[in-house]
Design a protein around this ligand. Sequence first.
Ligand SMILES: [Zn+2]
Ligand SMILES: [Zn+2]
Length: 219
Amino acid sequence: MGQPGCPVCRLIRVEVRRFLDGLLYESSVDPASQHKFRASRGICNVHSQLLRETRGYSVPIATLYEAAIDELMQMTREGCKGFSLRKRGDGRQLSERLKPKRRCPCCVVTEEAEKLFAETFAEGLADPGFLQAFKNSQGLCLLHFRRLLEQNMPQQSAAQLLETQREIWGRLLVELDLFMARSGERGDGQPVGEEGTSWTRAVDTLGGLPGIFGNDYEA
Ligand SMILES: [Zn+2]
Ligand SMILES: [Zn+2]
């Protein structure tokens, strides 16, 4: 919780990266993972960025994408399962057929990890040390704050959750005010300190950390 951004978002990112490492590690020898990759047509736009950031896995990535693109080639071949592009409306039909048959695997991992972390976080709120760390943190992103509110927890924990998140938002509001007062044409010329990054923290607080909520994520 001492690190920047929503702690649940951060933990999810670690889980998704771990999943991708495993997928890439076994992809060239595991026909099942290639089969799934064909069905999901790769991974979603948001999680594709995590693949681009991996190092040393270019051949496994090529193996998986070769399978997925081969799948598309087969499906778009004239005459495949009686398909042709001769009639009006055939394009729409083909578009439907090309739609992924499985959800992005990283989005599925995200939802599973989120469920687990939200439960653990809710339990943690009863622990004074955990609560103090939460108070000192940058707080939860809006979506994960809402997930936490939906958890079954003692009334005391729910009250602490709400109070702490409001304190964190309150601190952020003060920093945003200070930042605006010191910046721009009407700035008072005072050097900008920690509040200089308050606007990016505000963006992350409402939207969550980048690369977390994929296109197939179901809130
Ligand atoms: Zn979050
Ligand atoms: Zn995804």
